[in-house]
Design a protein around this ligand. Structure first.
Ligand code: FES
Length: 155
């Protein structure tokens, strides 16, 4: 935790509101992300928002952009909404349906399990498993929860 946040918390008076600085400080905002939001399961969407294969929603947690998509095997998975080629955002809409996840920049194409199924580099068609989309951990129980923690800490 940042020293600035700790200092303001230490100076807190019981029965009074928190210091104004705690509401406006970028260090405190980062502390909130690290200590609360990145460690907890976060509600993303009700499962009924993704009824069919290929239905997706996009979601942002701080600087993490995500695609949550129902796959051909009916599993719901979450990926970084960032192409493995040059990092372009793959899905730009808040929700929708796709036959595949296709990057709008150079058309690298990913399946709903995140695997790269088509790409062209320097005129050659390329399929490499190492270029699959990066995953987030997702849990679904009628509603979908996402955790950033394993990504942040490489678990
Ligand atoms: S950035 Fe996605 S295909 Fe090039």
């Amino acid at each position: 935790m940042h020293q600035k946040t700790l200092k303001h918390l230490a100076l807190r008076k019981s029965g009074y509101t928190l210091d104004h600085e705690l509401y406006c400080s970028s260090e405190t905002f980062q502390d909130d992300l690290e200590e609360v939001f990145f460690k907890e399961w976060l509600f993303v969407t009700p499962a009924c928002e993704l009824p069919k294969k290929g239905d997706y929603v996009t979601y942002n947690i701080a600087n993490y952009r995500m695609i949550i998509v129902r796959g051909n095997d009916d599993e719901v998975r979450a990926f970084h909404n960032s192409c493995r080629h040059r990092g372009s955002m793959i899905c730009r809409e808040a929700k929708g349906f796709a036959a595949k996840l296709v990057c709008p920049y150079h058309n690298w194409t990913y399946d709903f399990d995140g695997s790269l199924v088509w790409a062209v580099i320097w005129g050659m068609t390329l399929i490499q498993k190492i270029m699959d989309l990066s995953k987030f951990i997702a849990r679904i129980y009628q509603v979908l929860f996402i955790s950033v923690w394993p990504i942040k800490h490489r678990i």
